[in-house]
Design a protein around this ligand. Structure first.
Ligand SMILES: [Fe+2]
Length: 382
């Protein structure tokens, strides 16, 4: 058994309606002045109301920053951090999808440590300290509430990450009721993203791949694979929503400590150049990358198959797993091909070159992947 390190959020609070407890939790564990980071869409949809009411009841002063956008640029992070500092915030709450939680992580860091954002990109570069941090996910996908990763858009198309155990939230508050009204396409894309996190964590060649991540990945796939169709097609099903939220959190814990690989490396350029949401980008390349990897993952994919798909119990194989995933992407209504999301064929060589720059991810892939391989995968997915 190899040595490994496993880090995760020290406190998880889960339950239907758990958001009503945020005031009591904040007053006890975060203190009386809190910067809350979210996006305007959630405010408009009224999703924040119960949280703000509970915080007010508990006597906590809250300053809301609602300027988070998808693929948040540096300017948004800096504006949120400046607002938190001006408010003299003593703690931070991230409320929303992966983007809001990612921004909140950096606000907690920048508002306290005095570090400058361009200086802390990379793995283990940030020094801290940071403000106490609570994350409330409103999608079941990124797992950001338990990961040490925050992704920022730094140029027109470039993304950089701050990766450090320092930014793992102190508390993740998981209330599946907050996800009941997510539209089917968002439920599908974010759910597939979470499944990819579990699969790539399980097969990661990272030296820190470990038995805890593997166990979590299996249970994550069990919850996600067996509930995603129900959550997509029957959005108000609280049990399916709960399973998806726990599943995405478990997948987040898994890949936080056994990082993802080529599916993500090939998905990022699709998002960066064509604005395709992260989960859908993953789904578009998922079957093709897994078919490429299958020769190196015969056993691992066969092990995962029956967790994700009941129909594969007793007849699991790598091929059956990959084909079941491809068919699942169709069943939950995700576009099947790169051309369907407006990507021209002549853009594929450029996407392949960009994907090869994701060395942080490609080193974890179970089969080494060349520029020609990346091109062939994009061609197959087109
Ligand atoms: Fe992802």
């Amino acid at each position: 058994m190899q040595p490994f390190t496993f880090n995760t959020a020290p406190s998880l609070v889960f339950g239907s309606g758990a958001i009503a407890r945020i005031g009591e939790i904040a007053a006890r564990q975060l203190g009386p002045r809190i910067a809350l980071v979210t996006d305007a869409g959630l405010v408009k949809a009224g999703l924040l109301e119960k949280a703000l009411h509970a915080l007010e009841e508990a006597g906590v002063a809250v300053d809301v920053f609602d300027g988070v956008v998808a693929d948040p640029p540096e300017a948004v992070v800096l504006a949120a951090a400046a607002k938190a500092k001006a408010f003299d915030a003593r703690a931070v709450i991230g409320f929303g999808g992966g983007s809001s939680i990612d921004v909140a992580k950096l606000v907690a860091l920048l508002a306290r440590s005095g570090e400058s954002l361009p200086d802390i990109y990379g793995v283990g570069v940030a020094k801290g300290p940071r403000l106490p941090l609570l994350a409330v996910p409103t999608t079941a996908g990124t797992g950001s509430e338990v990961t040490p990763i925050s992704i920022v858009t730094t140029g027109a198309h470039e993304k950089k990450g701050v990766v450090s155990p320092l930014i793992i939230p102190d508390i993740a508050l998981l209330d599946p009721d907050l996800t009941l009204n997510l539209p089917p396409h968002v439920t599908a894309a974010t759910g597939i993203d979470a499944m990819v996190h579990a699969i790539e964590a399980y097969t990661s060649t990272s030296a820190n791949n470990n038995p805890v991540s593997k166990a979590l990945a299996k249970e994550a796939l069990h919850l996600l694979g067996r509930n995603i169709e129900r959550a997509v097609h029957h959005g108000q099903d609280g049990e399916a929503r709960a399973a998806m939220l726990i599943g995405s959190m478990l997948a987040g814990q898994a890949f936080a400590n056994s990082p993802v690989a080529a599916v993500h490396a090939l998905a990022y350029p699709i998002g960066g150049h064509f604005g395709v949401p992260h989960g859908l980008s993953n789904a578009l390349v998922l079957p093709y990358v897994l078919r490429f990897n299958a020769s190196a993952c015969e056993q691992a994919y066969a092990e995962l198959a029956p967790y994700a798909f009941q129909e594969l119990e007793g007849r699991a194989s790598a091929d059956a797993f990959v084909e079941a995933l491809a068919s699942l992407c169709m069943k939950v209504g995700l576009q099947p091909r790169l051309r369907d999301v407006g990507i021209p064929q002549d853009a594929l060589p450029m996407l392949a070159e960009d994907a090869m720059k994701q060395t942080r991810l490609l080193v974890n892939n179970p089969r080494s992947l060349t520029l020609n391989d990346a091109r062939a995968i994009y061609e197959a997915a087109w």
